[in-house]
Design a protein around this ligand. Sequence first.
Ligand SMILES: Cc1cc2nc3c(=O)[nH]c(=O)nc-3n(C[C@H](O)[C@H](O)[C@H](O)COP(=O)(O)O)c2cc1C
Length: 214
Amino acid sequence: MVNEQILEALDWRYATKIFDADKKINEKDWNTLVESVRLAPSSYGLQPWKFIVVENKELRAKLREVSWNQSQVTDASHYLVFTTLEKLDAQYVDKFVADIAKTRGLQVEDLAGYRDMMVGNLVEGPRSQTIDAWAQRQSYIAMGQLTLAAGLLKIDTCALEGLDPAAYDKLLGLEDGPYKTIAAVALGYRKDDDKYKDLKKVRFDQEEVFEYKK
Ligand SMILES: Cc1cc2nc3c(=O)[nH]c(=O)nc-3n(C[C@H](O)[C@H](O)[C@H](O)COP(=O)(O)O)c2cc1C
């Protein structure tokens, strides 16, 4: 049953502290994980993000130094840095609208109303002042989707906010570009001696965090 599979994966997943540096995610699984990120929903569908897969070992070592020396940065099979847009301009919206038109066989003119609504809200409206926070929120949806997909594949993850975003931007050459580091996710396989894997989940009861308005 899918229900059990989902619950089992969510319980199996934990924020992995010690990865087995010798175990690598295979290409098929990696592609599924990449798709789980790419297919994430976002406000208006604007996808205000870029995901950087850091394969270079020396770079991973340098990133670890600015990530509270967390071993996941160097030892995980894959390391994905989440970056998001700081600002949104009309050009970006137009590119997105052109993509919708192309994908769905429409004319750009058919989408003028939608385009103007997005520009009015996010580029010209008061929301333009907080695009960075808006974009960051979108990226966490992708992060959640990624960790669930990984859990279903029995691939371990650890989300990392314990890092210096400005130092990441420098190391990744993002300083002058539109995207800035927000967080990262390490992915791979747990080491058997990671004692965190045996800890019981600490979560508030449903009654505490859900309220039903009847
Ligand atoms: C956005 C985010 C950032 C996190 N940053 C770190 C981190 O830098 N290092 C770490 O070891 N765990 C990090 N965690 C893991 C949390 O501490 C962990 O998810 C929480 O304690 C619940 O435990 P569980 O995920 O094992 O169930 C992060 C989790 C999230 C969602």
